[in-house]
Design a binder for this molecule. Sequence first.
Ligand code: FAD
Length: 417
Amino acid sequence: MNKHQLDFDIVICGGGMVGATLTALLATDRHLKSLRIALIEAQILSPPTDEVDVRVSAISRASERILSHCGAWSLIQPSRRCAYQDMMVWDGESIAPDLNNTQLALHFSAASMAEPNLGYIIANNCVQWAALERCNQLGVTRFATALSSVKFEETHALIQLNDGRSITASLVVGADGTKSVSRDCADIKAHVKSYEQSALVIHVRTEHPHQHTAWQRFLSAGPIAFLPLNDGRSSIVWTTTPDHAAQLLKLDDVALAVAIGHASDYVLGDIEIAGVRAAFPLQFAHVDEYCRPRFVLVGDAAHSIHPLAGQGVNLGMMDAASLVQVLSDAHQAGASADALSELHVLRRFERWRKSENTVALGMVDTLNRLFSNDNMTVGMVRRTGLRAVENVPMLKRFFTQHALGIAGDAPRMVKAV
Ligand SMILES: Cc1cc2nc3c(=O)[nH]c(=O)nc-3n(C[C@H](O)[C@H](O)[C@H](O)COP(=O)(O)OP(=O)(O)OC[C@H]3O[C@@H](n4cnc5c(N)ncnc54)[C@H](O)[C@@H]3O)c2cc1C
């Protein structure tokens, strides 16, 4: 097929937070915006309502910059993003800390880094909605249906949609999440390992104010975190065994509130349930190959990570920004739209992001093993480790910069402010 007969230069499969942001970045990049770009998203998203959706994420400074770069950040109403200035982490066997008593806890503060905050807690549907709105503003072609298959031919990719239509593209980006159909079509395998843990999520009201602080207590079955919301509530992410999570889902509100209070050592006082509940099985996953000719993977389609460090979508945002930088540089250096789908171009992205993601996945995996463990020796190592990080400024700076997403080999749009 002649390249001029192709329907699109780049088709993104999956308009979740990562795929929608990637699409908006491509459509704003000065070297790529003239390309024909389309986005396929299976779900019809309703506009966010005043009630904060049950799924929220800690959005890092790096992701804030990426969303700002493509014009999506300003489409998230300020009242829907809750900046947090501090993060308090402590061990299940230590007493609950407060902001004035951080002994035996690990305390990260924005002030100590001369930063305005450590990030924002935002409902996933608000981030996704803003990025999709931005795609609409930029005139991106959207297909509101599922991709059912892709065939990779020498001259093009042939995409079959669930509604019976088929389209052709030079390059397909798989941003369709952990159960990626596009990844299967490219015959790329992911190494998957269940954590044998589930995360219970629910919003609660607390007796004491959250003080714009993320609180996280590590218990032997997994951490319980309180993420601050703008309306004064906190969003709980409680990682525990799948059986325990299933039991918690069945408790009445009063019993669940007591269970959360007990698990958090009442760090914010008594609890009142103030939202719907859901639980998600947790898994580690990473692909060996991020690309094939005419195909590349980003976000959860390439990797999924334990939520204890709030990194999943932030890594995906970095994938999106890095891919745009690689494609933009190649196009500016003379590569045609079709040549952007060649393996030697896509491999630059793979080398870059695979090494960064491998480090992040490995670090979080180790933290989970160290903390979700009731072995006494491991407990001692853990408490010594917490104190070491708390008392060594360089170590603390290292971890804070990672949490902000500004450490490592970051793309230009994250560094340039
Ligand atoms: C309990 C919990 C807490 C978390 N907290 C955080 C946090 O605080 N910070 C953080 O950074 N990360 C967090 N994460 C991780 C984060 O939620 C994910 O990393 C993020 O949602 C991945 O985004 P994505 O766009 O890559 O994939 P997804 O969100 O899975 O989006 C994929 C999109 O593709 C679409 N799609 C799928 N198949 C098709 C198809 N065949 N055709 C068309 N469209 C398709 C789907 O409808 C969806 O919109 C958390 C995860 C969990 C489980």
